[in-house]
Ligand binder design. Sequence first.
Ligand code: FEO
Length: 165
Amino acid sequence: MMISTTMNAKLNDQIGAEFAAAHAYLAMACDFDRMALKALAKRFLKQHDEECEHAMKILHYVQEVGGTVSLDAIAKPKKDYKNMEAIVSTALQNELDITAKINDLMTLAESEKDYATRSFLQWFVDEQVEEVSSMTDLLNIVKLAGENMLQVESLVRHQMLAEKS
Ligand code: FEO
């Protein structure tokens, strides 16, 4: 195997963390859908799909370097949020937590002189910059809009249409 047993275990933890993040986004998407905020629901569903891709990317890497994939239970997502701001601020906190975990993995890779894993993780380091930034933007917009959820919904719809074109 090309990675240490410690790294193997930590990568398995990260697979679990990415699936937990996916699960949390899915629950949030369902909350938005229930509020008839379809664009926000779609945006969070897209985040769910991306987190699943992250988990699978790590899973395939573990297989590729001869490690053992070990899957754990996925934590039950939080529910009964007070309002939209509480949902988005939890999503941002989740992204910050994932970023911290990726940084810890990077530190481990460097301390073990595991340059293959360090190189693999660089994509995640860059991805987290983008994810934290876009969720911070969304939280700021939600705060600016106050109680006006429809304003946020309309902005997110426009952003998604712009991304498509
Ligand atoms: Fe895969 Fe958004 O962390």
